[in-house]
Design a protein around this ligand. Structure first.
Ligand code: GDD
Length: 381
């Protein structure tokens, strides 16, 4: 059996996603009409012998309860939200729930960052991992040398694919091959995390012998049970024939800012052509709006037949789009009303906004924009 764990983080981590993360946890932010976390979850469904999917985070349980029960029903795979009492780090969080994760005695555990956008080639990774052996395989990708320093940079053996060297967000260039935040591990990963704790205790004990003051410092530190997967596990285990890499040549992006969500929405909509064409609006019906390129329209939304929508538009529940409206590259949240002849380009329209007749909401087409949200009140321009 195999289980999958998706690290969803928590409210304190989402500051770059403000103000969108004020109303909804970042993992539930809609991309291509589906919550961000929906995309890795539905990719997990393709893993052979998948027993369970766990979401681990420190958001309030109630924020995920509805979503988790509806997605479990939809996919017919148990999806559970496990709440940490405080952040334990990307590896510490996994370790904290080791008993629950190991309940079904899985042979492999997938670990996925929630805030990455890719085609999640999970069955291929598992197959590659079985060939390589070792404790884990990381999904990696080549990026431009300039952008590599925002990620974990690594060196892999070109023949055996073994991870030889790993540095998290280095100040000086190491490699243009980076860590995508998608892993498959054997249960040995728990021993590796346990070893980090043991070493820390040993070091604290050494200090205890040499200085009572140092002991006080060590025991008072709030980070005692905080373990990061990258710095604390991947870096020290590189070059020890334990970790291997699987390189993807498909798309991969990190979703840290609202602006990036527009780009990722476009990538997922494009992928729907192959994975879920029924989710894309066709514009074929007699009373349908003109649809250009990839567009998602929630079934409860009402779009006037004279509106022109696309490319890269996703329209959420209960949205009303009036006659003559033009929407290009945008995400429209629940309950928004867009009145006659309004134009929206390269923007995210927040919950329950109302755009007046002839209004125009347009941002520069910069996907890295720190603030991509627009919430306009009623206007009569
Ligand atoms: N549950 C839980 N608890 N989740 C956490 C915690 C925690 O204490 N800390 C981080 N996470 C989640 C985040 O929500 C995210 O999905 C993932 O773990 C990694 O977050 P960070 O540790 O903040 O790292 P990062 O996103 O800056 O970089 C990581 O991912 C990149 C790929 O997107 C690193 O692994 C990089 O090397 C990698 O390139």
């Amino acid at each position: 059996k195999v289980v999958a764990v998706i690290m969803v983080g928590g409210p304190t981590k989402g500051t770059r996603f403000r103000p969108l993360s004020f109303n909804t946890p970042k993992p539930l932010f809609p991309l291509a009409g589906q919550p961000m976390v929906h995309h890795p979850i539905s990719a997990c469904k393709r893993i052979p012998n998948l027993a369970q999917i766990f979401l681990i985070g420190f958001y309030e349980e109630r924020e995920f309860a509805l979503y988790v029960s509806s997605i479990s029903n939809e996919l017919q795979v148990p999806v559970r939200y496990l709440k940490e009492d405080k952040p334990h780090g990307s590896a510490g969080g996994l370790y904290y729930f080791r008993d629950l994760i190991m309940e079904d005695a899985p042979s492999h555990i997938f670990l996925l960052n929630c805030d990455v956008c890719c085609n999640f080639p999970l069955p291929d990774m598992l197959e590659a991992h079985r060939r390589y052996g070792g404790m884990g395989t990381l999904l990696v990708i080549k990026v431009s040398a300039e952008s590599a320093s925002q990620f974990g940079e690594l060196v892999a053996d070109p023949i055996t694919k073994e991870l030889l060297h790993y540095t998290e967000k280095p100040e000086t260039f190491v490699s243009d091959l980076i860590n995508c935040g998608v892993y498959v591990f054997t249960p040995e990963i728990f021993t590796a995390i346990q070893d980090v704790f043991t070493h820390r205790e040993d070091r604290a004990n050494l200090r205890r012998v040499s200085s009572f003051e140092a002991l006080q410092l060590a025991t008072r530190t709030p980070l005692a049970d905080f373990v990061r997967l990258d710095q604390d596990i991947l870096s020290p285990l590189a070059g020890k024939k334990q970790l291997y890499t699987y390189e993807t040549i498909h798309f991969w992006e990190q979703i840290k800012t609202p602006g990036m969500s527009l780009k990722c929405s476009a990538l997922y909509l494009d992928q729907f052509r192959f994975t879920s064409p029924h989710l894309l609006a066709s514009g074929d019906g007699t009373n349908s709006a003109t649809i250009i390129g990839d567009v998602y329209v929630h079934p409860s939304a009402k779009v006037h037949p004279t509106a022109k929508i696309g490319p890269n538009v996703s329209i959420s529940a209960n949205v009303r789009v009036a006659a003559g409206v033009r929407l290009i590259s945008c995400i429209i949240f629940d309950d928004v009303e867009i009145k006659e002849n309004a134009v929206v380009m390269n923007s995210i329209i927040g919950w329950k906004s109302s755009l007046g007749k002839w209004s125009r909401v347009q941002a520069e087409g910069d996907y890295n924009a720190k603030l991509g949200i627009t919430t306009l009140g009623e206007s009569d321009c």
